[in-house]
Design a protein around this ligand. Structure first.
Ligand code: AMP
Ligand code: ZN
Ligand code: FE
Ligand code: FE
Length: 298
C-alpha cells in the first residue's frame, strides 16, 4: 500500500427514511462522504425507493454508491436479513416479492396499534404514519418512534424491549420472503446477495456452516461478518466459515441515522479485495441475467 494514500473505506449497509433510518437518502450519502468513506451502499428494507435520490447525491458528493436493499426473509423458522446488491428492481418476480413484504408490514400495523391500545396506550395508526411519511411501509421502528413521541418510552430500544420484540405484548408477525427463493430472485435480477448480521441478535449461530454451504450452492455470494451485533469471537468463527466455503466477507455499519445507537457510518468496513470480488460476481450475474442492472456510481 502506498505511503501517501490512505486506505479505501467501504461501508456496504445503511438505511434512510425510505425505510427505518432517520436521514433522507441524499443525507446518508453526504454523511458518508463527510465520514471519510470512499464507497457506500444504500440498503433500505425491502425497497429501492431511495436509489434515485442517493445516486444524484453520490455524483454530486464524489463518492462511490452501490445500490442495494435488505430483504426480510425467513429460513428454518427464523428471520434472516438478506442484502441484495445491484439487482434490477424492475425484474417482475423480485418487485412482486418486495411488494408482498411491504404489504405484509403495512397490513400488520393496525393490529400492532390495536394491541398497544389494549394495554391502555393512546396510539393510533395516524400517529405512526405521521412519524414515517417517507417510508415505503411503516414498521415496528416507526411504531417505536410514535411511542417516543407520545412519551410512552424514551427511545426505540425501550419500545422494542417493552412492547415490540418477539414475545412482547405489541408483537405481531408479518410475511417474509423464503430465503432460498430470495437469493434466487436477486441473482435472476442480475444482483448478488449477502446475509446481513448472520449471527446477530438472538440467533444462536444459525445458519451454521452446513446451512451456509447449501445457501452458497443456491447462489449466496457472501456474509456480513464485521457488524456491531457480532462479538470478536463470532467474527472470527464466521471468518473461518467464509474461508472454508469461499464466501465473500463484508463489514458495515448498518447505519440508521439517529434510529440505532453505536452504528455510526464506517464503524465497520469491507476489505477492498472482498469488495472487488463482490462487484465482479455482480457483473457476472448481470451478464447472465441479461437485465439492465444498475451500475456502481463512481
Ligand atoms: P419490522 O420489519 O417492521 O418488523 O421491523 C424490524 C426492524 O426493526 C429491523 O429490521 C431493525 O432494523 C429494527 N429493530 C429491531 N430491533 C430493534 C431494536 N431493539 N431497536 C431498534 N430497532 C430495532
Ligand atoms: Zn432497519
Ligand atoms: Fe437487518
Ligand atoms: Fe439493516
Amino acid at each position: 500500500m502506498s505511503h501517501y494514500s490512505r486506505p479505501v473505506r467501504i461501508d456496504l449497509h445503511t438505511h434512510s427514511r425510505v425505510s427505518d433510518g432517520t436521514d433522507a437518502p441524499a443525507d446518508v450519502i453526504r454523511a458518508a462522504k463527510a465520514a471519510g468513506l470512499d464507497v457506500v451502499a444504500l440498503t433500505d428494507h425491502d425497497t429501492a425507493a431511495g436509489w434515485a435520490e442517493a445516486a444524484t447525491a453520490a455524483e454530486q458528493a464524489g463518492i462511490e454508491l452501490v445500490r442495494g436493499m435488505e430483504i426480510s426473509t425467513l429460513h428454518e423458522g427464523r428471520g434472516v436479513h438478506l442484502l441484495g446488491y445491484l439487482p434490477d428492481p424492475a425484474y417482475p418476480p423480485l418487485a412482486e416479492e418486495l411488494d408482498r413484504v411491504l404489504d405484509g408490514r403495512a397490513q400488520r400495523l393496525p393490529g400492532i396499534v390495536e394491541r398497544l391500545r389494549g394495554l391502555g396506550i393512546d396510539i393510533t395508526v395516524a400517529d405512526v404514519l405521521a412519524v414515517s411519511p417517507d417510508a415505503a411501509a411503516s414498521g415496528r421502528p416507526h411504531v417505536a418512534d410514535a411511542l417516543v413521541r407520545l412519551g410512552v418510552v424514551a427511545d426505540r430500544d425501550e419500545a422494542f424491549e417493552r412492547y415490540l420484540s418477539t414475545g412482547r405484548p405489541g408483537y405481531l408477525n408479518r410475511y417474509a420472503a423464503p430465503l432460498v427463493g430470495a437469493i434466487e430472485l436477486v441473482r435472476a435480477a442480475g444482483g448478488v446477495s449477502v446475509i446481513a448480521h448472520v449471527w446477530g441478535r438472538s440467533r444462536r449461530q444459525r445458519p451454521d456452516e452446513a446451512e451456509l454451504a447449501a445457501l452458497k450452492a443456491a447462489g449466496l455470494a457472501g456474509i456480513e461478518v464485521d457488524h456491531q451485533d457480532h462479538s470478536p469471537q463470532t467474527r472470527d468463527a464466521l471468518r473461518a466459515i467464509a474461508r472454508n466455503l469461499g464466501l465473500v466477507v463484508t463489514g458495515a455499519s448498518d447505519y440508521h441515522g439517529a434510529g440505532k445507537k453505536g452504528h455510526e457510518l464506517g464503524v465497520n468496513t469491507t476489505d477492498p479485495g472482498q469488495y472487488e470480488r463482490l462487484i465482479s460476481l455482480a457483473a457476472a450475474a448481470a451478464e447472465q441475467s441479461g437485465r439492465a442492472t444498475p451500475e456502481v456510481v463512481r
